[in-house]
Structure formats: structure tokens, C-alpha cells
Design a protein around this ligand. Structure first.
Ligand code: BES
Ligand code: MN
Ligand code: ZN
Length: 504
């Protein structure tokens, strides 16, 4: 169970913990002052007797109350500098609050949020909704394969937020919660091990999850893919007995039903051994994350359907398992991609771009979308360049980049713009075929040449963005709002991107 929340004007349910905020340098919020008076000056007294808390952002201090009262403890949560509080800061605070509540053994808590002019960028409803969102995101757990479920250990579950503007806080949180559910689906898919999640089972799960929400689902099996010309994509999956699949997801919540859709394409390599160019042992187990792009697209579709987005969106995921075997494709093979371009395989570990190439062609030719965004754990080079904090993003359209940058700022999912260049596209010319999968300059600019490869499959002047999420789909250490490893990166920013710019 993850955190559930209610929003009220006055406290209604029985609680074991009352939470109030303290600004930096121990400045009490109005609700903290009121609670201090009710409890004979306990808060002021406790703050005077220690130097660590000081109202620092996300730091907590638990004050036990004597028996016989209405609740067991007061939990002080540091809010830091009120002028610096924004949505992202509130989520970090919420995540830390969740951890503190769990560790003191709280089960039902009440959080008091006052309307305060001192917070310039953060109204009371926004603060309430984002603190709860942070708590929810941090409360995610993946215990499907544990004999003892996390729920059997008593965990923090219910939070009642008390604020004058309860209605607004509730409405704001409802939307965030829908996006959170999409993120959780993306996290579940990435965390699921590859013996359980392979192309066929992945396709089945997508249908089970999204069809009941009103998303149209179409699944292409390998035979259908062959007919449609997904030859580059099929080649990647030939080494495995688990054959490739393509899943198309359609959500049309737009008023104008015949509007051109927005298209989202996800790399769904359910396990990447490298194929015949097999990867070294160290870290290969992480390659179950190689369907993180597909997971984000599926999570996005779930968010859109849950919040009934007034937009026309098509999602497509290319699913395959990259294995070495006597059936596997080889370096130096020449493939006939759906676009008509022939592709020389330089290294079977550069498989994602082959899967994406056919999916990009298919979605452009079938739907003439307004724009296309692909997400892929495409290159180790992206991680070398930007690490795990920023998602390198290649965009062929400045206006679209501006929209993505705004969505990034609002959602907290960080993007960094990367270069597309004729030189990178040109580098992919092959001597034997139309195009080859690796650049001539070897490991130099590996993320950029991969983007250059993909760009050769973009038709006409279709606005297009490629998000290389190799570094951001996965964290090695827990963060304030995400227990390791899968993050669900991409769902939030793209949901915002659509909400800001493409809804009726
Ligand atoms: N899935 C990997 C990229 C990756 C690496 C994602 C680490 C997340 C973490 C991709 O298919 C791959 O193997 N890329 C190769 C490309 C190389 C053969 C040019 C790489 O990055 O080493
Ligand atoms: Mn690979
Ligand atoms: Zn891969």
C-alpha cells in the first residue's frame, strides 16, 4: 500500500501524529504556534534544547506526548526558507516526511498547512498537494517477489491534510495522483525481472492495464511485424525464443476526434545481453532496465487515461529481447528497415536504434503525428556525458524544446539539450548499405551519433525529440522521492508537456 490522503478544513479522523511546519532558524508557522500554546510551550522548549533541527528543509523532529492525550506525538517538519519553497522542494519535504513517519511508527497522521504570505511561490493548496505527492512517490515499493510483503510490516499509510483551501488542494492532488499512478506502473515494469517480463508478457500486461481505462490497444506479433516490414526490429529479437512484439496504444480525449495525434515511441528491450557482441559480466543484470523508454510511454498513457486528458495521443513500444544464439543477428548483417533504408549492423549491442527506427517509421506513416517524442535507454555514452541527474534531449524544433524546458522545470524531471548536427548524421553513412549503426569516430559522441542515426528515420519536417534516458531511468541509491532502482522517469515531464500545450 502506498500513501493515501484526504484534505479537510478541520481535523476529522483519529490520528496518532500531528505534523506542523517550522521555517528556517526555528521560526514557527501559525499552526505550529497554535499547537505550541495548546501543549504548554512544548515546541518552543524542544527547539531551544537542540541545534540540529533549526527548521532546515526536510529535517524532522519528533516530540513524544504523555499518555492520555488525543494523539501520541507532534512531528516537526523543517520547511527551510519560505521564499524558496516551490513544488519540487515540497515533494522532497514530503518524501522525507514519509520516511520520518514510517520510522516513528505513525500509521494515521494529520498535517496542518496554513495560508502564509511569506511563501511567494507556494500557495497552501500547492504546498499540501506536493507534500503529499512526495510522500506518495517515496512510499512506492516493489515486493511482488518477496515472501513477506512490505504491508505485513506496519507502514505509514494515511495522511489527513488540514488546510483552509481543502477543496483546491484535493483537486490539485487528484491530478498529481493520476500521474503518480502512471509513474508507479512505469517503475513496476522496469523493476520486473526479464524472465517474467518479456515481449509477449509485456504486451499482455499493457493490454490488461490500459484497456479497462479506455485506451485502444493493438498488438503485433512477429508474423504481423514481418508483414508490416519491421525487419530491423525483428532482427534484434531473433536470438531469443521470446519473439518481438509491437504494441500501439491510442488515447483520444480531444474534442476534435480527427486531430493529428502526438506520438510517443519507447524502446522496450526487455533484456539486453548485447547479443553476439556480448556485454561483459559486470553490471549485465542492470540490463533489465533496457525497456525503460517503453515503460515510460505505457505509464504516460495510463496517466493520460486516468485524468481523462483532452488530447489525442498515440503510444508505440518496440519490444524485443537481445540474446546471442545460433539464430541471432550478427555484426555486418545488412537489414532492410521499414523505411526502405538498408542498415549495416556494426555491433549487435547497438540494438535499440534498430527497434526505434522501424517504430518511428511506422508511427509517422500510419498516423502523420503533429510531433514525435521517443524515449530510450539508448547509450552508455549518455551516462558518461551527463550522469544520472539530467536526461540528454535532442530536439529538431526550437519551439518544441521551449515547451519541453518549461515542462521540465515544472515537473522536476531535468533535461539538458544535446546537439543534432549534419556531421553526426553523415557519420552514419555505410560503405555497403545506406546507413550503419555506429559512427566512424568510435566512442566519441556516442549519444549524438545514436541521435544522428535516429534522425535519418524522421520524415519531412516532423517536429521530433529523442530523450536518452539511460542515466535517469534508474537510481543506484534511494532519493527523497524514489526508492531504488526504477524511477519512472519521463512520465511526469511528458504529462506536463501535453497538459501545458496540447489539450483542448
Ligand atoms: N542499453 C544499452 C545502453 C545502456 C547502457 C543503457 C547502460 C543503460 C545503462 C545500449 O543498447 C547499448 O548497449 N549501447 C552501447 C552502444 C555501443 C555498442 C555503441 C553502449 O552504450 O555501450
Ligand atoms: Mn545494447
Ligand atoms: Zn540496449
Amino acid at each position: 500500500m502506498t500513501v493515501s490522503a484526504t484534505f479537510q478544513k478541520t481535523p476529522e479522523t483519529k490520528t496518532d501524529t500531528v505534523i506542523v511546519g517550522i521555517y528556517k532558524d526555528n521560526r514557527l508557522t501559525p499552526s505550529a504556534e497554535a499547537l505550541d500554546k495548546e501543549n504548554g510551550g512544548l515546541i518552543q522548549y524542544s527547539l531551544k534544547n537542540q541545534k540540529k533541527f533549526m527548521g532546515k528543509q526536510g529535517v524532522t523532529l519528533s516530540l513524544a506526548l504523555p499518555q492520555g492525550g488525543d494523539y501520541n506525538r507532534i512531528l516537526l517538519i523543517g520547511l527551510g526558507d519560505p521564499a524558496k519553497l516551490d513544488a519540487g522542494a515540497c515533494e522532497t519535504i514530503g518524501g522525507k516526511l514519509y520516511m520520518a513517519l514510517s520510522s516513528v511508527g505513525a500509521v494515521h497522521a494529520t498535517l496542518l498547512i496554513d495560508s502564509d504570505q511569506a511563501r511567494e511561490n507556494c500557495s497552501a493548496p500547492a504546498m499540501a498537494a506536493h507534500i503529499v505527492m512526495g510522500a506518495k512517490l517515496r512510499s512506492y515499493s516493489f515486493d511482488r517477489y518477496k515472501s513477506k510483503k512490505d504491508d505485513e510490516v506496519e507502514k505509514f499509510e494515511n495522511i489527513e491534510v488540514v488546510t483552509d483551501e481543502a477543496r483546491q488542494a484535493h483537486d490539485l492532488y487528484e491530478t498529481l495522483d493520476h500521474v503518480g499512478e502512471g509513474m508507479f506502473l512505469a517503475r513496476d515494469l522496469v523493476n520486473d525481472p526479464p524472465n517474467e517480463l518479456y515481449p509477449e508478457s509485456f504486451a499482455r500486461i499493457i493490454k490488461e492495464e490500459l484497456k479497462p481505462l479506455g485506451v485502444d490497444i493493438e498488438i503485433f506479433d512477429d508474423k504481423k511485424m514481418e508483414k508490416l516490414g519491421f525487419h530491423a526490429h525483428l532482427a534484434v529479437g531473433m536470438g531469443s525464443v521470446r519473439l518481438p512484439r509491437v504494441v500501439i496504444m491510442r488515447w483520444n480525449g480531444a474534442d476534435k476526434k480527427d486531430s493529428q495525434p502526438l506520438a510517443f515511441v519507447g524502446k522496450g528491450v526487455t533484456f539486453d545481453t548485447g547479443g553476439v557482441n556480448i556485454k561483459p559480466t559486470g553490471g549485465m543484470e542492470e540490463m533489465k532496465l533496457d525497456m525503460g523508454g517503453a515503460a515510460a510511454v505505457v505509464g504516460l498513457m495510463k496517466s493520460l487515461a486516468l485524468r481523462k486528458a483532452a488530447a489525442h495521443v498515440v503510444g508505440i513500444v518496440g519490444l524485443a529481447e537481445n540474446m546471442p544464439s545460433h539464430m541471432a543477428y550478427r555484426p555486418s548483417d545488412v537489414l532492410q528497415s521499414m523505411s526502405g533504408k538498408t542498415v549495416e549492423v556494426m555491433n549487435t549491442d547497438a540494438e535499440g536504434r534498430l527497434v526505434l527506427a522501424d517504430c518511428l517509421t511506422y508511427v509517422q506513416r500510419t498516423y502523420t503525428p503533429r510531433l514525435v517524442i521517443d524515449l530510450a535507454t539508448l547509450t552508455g555514452a549518455m551516462m558518461v556525458a551527463l550522469g544520472t541527474e539530467y536526461c540528454g534531449t535532442f530536439v529538431n524544433d526550437n519551439e518544441m524544446w521551449e515547451q519541453m524546458a518549461v515542462a521540465s522545470k515544472e515537473s522536476g524531471e531535468k533535461l539538458w539539450r544535446m546537439p543534432l548536427d549534419e556531421a553526426f548524421r553523415k557519420e552514419m553513412d555505410s560503405t555497403i548499405a545506406d546507413i550503419k549503426t555506429l559512427g566512424t569516430s568510435g566512442r566519441y559522441a556516442g549519444a549524438c551519433t545514436a541521435a544522428g542515426f535516429l534522425q535519418r528515420f524522421i520524415e519531412g519536417d516532423t517536429p521530433w525529440a529523442h530523450m536518452d534516458i539511460a542515466g535517469t531511468a534508474w537510481v543506484k541509491k534511494d532519493t527523497a522521492i524514489c526508492p531504488k532502482p526504477a524511477t519512472g522517469f519521463g512520465v511526469r515531464i511528458l504529462d506536463r508537456f501535453i497538459a501545458n500545450n496540447y489539450e483542448d
